[in-house]
Design a protein around this ligand. Structure first.
Ligand code: AGP
Length: 609
């Protein structure tokens, strides 16, 4: 959730740390800070708000120093203010932290009894106090960190400096990502590669329980048992351009418009007009998939919605039972796992704490195997799965997921086709579904042409307090995704219903102040949906209907608007109809003047429970 950058270099590191934090700001942005070691002195600057607030303070009173740590925060313990911003300093030790220390209250009580005074409400400050206590008793920074992390319960990625060991940064991780950037005559730590790409593309991904020590000339990693270990250096494929906003007003808008390319990349070399290519899920993948008798799909938020679409697809075309569940529930209940069930984790980041914990929990529940559908190749979810299918969306910076969702649908489309083909789906239907999937990029491209119309429509929503989204079948999750997008970036309360449910309760909410957005592609359920829309119309609700080009909507526009588009066929329509949902949420948020890429209270990668 929060972001970490640290550096040991010959040059002054504060500007590098600030640049790294800006690249990480999507992770958390309620306060920021940095601390730099200059000789034996720690200088620190912290501020509530975005990185630029802290940067302003630093620029007003800059300080030199070749070793430093920095942090952008998403508050868990303690409100967002300067006192709770990281780095926390105790007895000459400065520390930044991502994650949650669950036993911090006990540790803090013990430290207070020994005379420590705390200046923040955070769980983080106790770690700085514990490390400084160990150093006072004679331990080096490395040994002090290594011993303290054994006493912590919960999740952490940390970077620590001490005024008695200039030139050195010690890091450690468990349950939250941390990686090393290997430079020439300088080395770095970061919570993801984006923070480091401007200084190096050589990355070491630390493993669970690793402790690392960096100086400007050396990187040494220590494994769980405290012994030195070798970890491979990877060349990151991230490019600086991929994380720049270019001509677009917001990252979200850029990412919406990147979808044709991102979906095409996700399909590339995995499907031909004849169907899905062999073993795209990894070695032995097709063999394992042939044994599958059912699927449990686990994910959070937008990724969960992608899983819900896949349930409709896989049950219809492969005739396999599919359960889809949010990870935060799944991990704490005793799900029944029938023989031959495949566990599927869907995650953009691959570091979502709930999804990762659910996947680890699945190990003891007797699944046939695990499949990760993910956008980050080196993420924990990918590394721990048996089979993987990477989405190739490229870095997604906007907190609201857009291209991650449609690329997940493309990947799940491939999975559906593979499972369906193995189970004898009729050849003509298989060919039709294959052709549809291959057209997904161009159909999304066409849907993007709706933007000018959607900008006009957005005006209708900007002063509303609430909105209802309706869909049927595989479009119900699309309506859910539309509602999630609208609420998270425009702060308009939005809910989605399977349209047939309207009369069972939510219809009571419909009056002339309630806009109702309906996803209405062609298909066997369109007539049913039209009846549901009549129910809305009869109560004076204002309809915004997204419909397939030629479908008659029987006067449903009399109070509202029908926007025509081409869904590209029954199979891929959920992906194509998602595009206007994204554009609508985006333009309503722009008109309302919210912080589109960094909406309040949220963070991109939720690495805490
Ligand atoms: C949606 O716009 C959000 N960013 C959020 O719901 C997100 O999809 C969820 O936190 C899951 O993240 P993941 O895909 O990285 O696991």
């Amino acid at each position: 959730m929060c972001g970490i950058v640290a550096a040991a270099a010959q040059r002054d590191v504060a500007p590098l740390l600030i640049a790294g934090l800006k690249a990480l700001e999507y992770r958390g942005y309620d306060s920021a800070g940095l601390a730099v070691l200059n000789g034996g002195e720690i200088r620190r600057v912290r501020a509530k708000g975005k990185v630029r607030e802290m940067e302003g303070l630093y620029r007003a009173d800059p300080f030199p120093g070749g070793t430093g740590i920095a942090h952008t925060r998403w508050a868990t313990h303690g409100v967002p203010n300067t006192a709770n911003a990281h780095p926390h300093v105790q007895g000459g030790v400065a520390l930044v932290h991502n994650g949650i220390i669950e036993n911090y209250a006990t540790l803090r009580g013990e430290l207070e009894a020994r005379g420590h005074v705390f200046t923040s409400e955070t769980d983080t400050e106790v770690m700085a106090a514990l490390i400084s206590e160990r150093m006072v008793s004679g331990k080096s920074l490395l040994d002090a960190v290594s011993s303290v992390v054994h006493e912590l319960e919960g999740a952490y990625a940390i970077a620590v400096v001490s005024d008695s060991e200039p030139g050195r940064v010690v890091g450690a991780r468990r349950g939250a990502p941390l990686l090393v950037g290997v430079g020439i005559g300088e080395n770095f730590l970061g919570s993801d590669a984006q923070a480091l790409i401007q200084v190096t593309n050589k990355i070491i991904y630390l493993e669970e329980h690793d402790v690392v020590e960096i100086t400007r000339d050396q990187v040494q990693v220590y494994g769980h048992d405290g012994k030195p270990v070798e970890r491979a250096v990877h060349e990151s494929e991230l490019s600086k351009d991929a994380v720049e906003r270019g001509e677009y007003r917001h990252y979200m808008q850029k990412e919406i418009f990147e979808q044709p390319r991102a979906v095409a990349d996700t399909l590339e070399a995995r499907i031909s007009p004849n169907g899905v290519l062999p073993n795209i899920f990894g070695v032995g993948g097709d063999e394992l998939l042939a044994k599958v008798k059912g699927l449990h799909i686990i994910a959070c938020g937008t990724s969960y919605h992608a899983g819900l679409v896949a349930k409709y697809w896989i049950e219809e075309y492969a005739r396999l039972p599919v359960n889809v569940e949010v990870a935060s529930e799944y991990r704490y209940r005793e799900a029944v796992v029938p023989d031959g069930t495949l566990f599927v984790a869907i995650s953009q980041s691959g570091e979502t704490a709930d999804t990762l914990a659910a996947m680890r929990e699945s190990r003891r529940r007797g699944y046939l195997g695990t499949l990760a559908i993910c956008n980050v190749p080196e993420s924990s979810v990918v590394r721990e799965a048996d089979l993987k299918l990477m989405t190739r969306a490229g870095p997604e910076i906007g907190v609201a997921s857009t291209k991650a969702f449609t690329t997940q649908l493309a990947a799940l489309g491939l999975l559906t086709l593979q499972l369906a083909h193995q189970r004898g789906l009729d050849g003509a239907r298989y060919a039709d579904l294959t052709a549809q999937l291959l057209h997904m990029p161009s159909m999304i491209e066409k849907a993007l042409e709706l933007e000018p119309r959607i900008i006009e429509l957005s005006e209708r929503l900007i002063h509303r307090q609430h909105a209802l989204f309706l869909g049927r079948g595989a479009q119900h999750p699309v309506a859910m995704e539309g509602a999630l997008k609208l609420k998270e970036i425009s702060y308009i309360h939005a809910e989605a219903y399977a349209a047939g449910e309207l009369k069972h309760g939510p219809l009571a909410l419909v009056d002339e102040d309630m806009p109702v957005i309906a996803v209405a592609p062609n298909g066997p359920l369109l007539d049913k949906l039209k009846s549901n829309l009549q129910e809305v119309r009869a109560r004076g609700g204002e309809l915004l209907v997204f419909a397939d080009g030629e479908a008659s909507m029987d006067g449903n526009a009399s109070r509202g608007v029908i926007l025509r588009m081409d869904g590209g066929g029954d199979f891929i329509a959920p992906a194509v109809f998602t595009v206007p949902m994204q554009l609508l949420a985006y333009h309503v948020a722009v008109l309302r003047g919210t912080d589109v890429d960094q909406p309040r209270n949220l963070a991109k990668s939720v690495t805490v429970e």
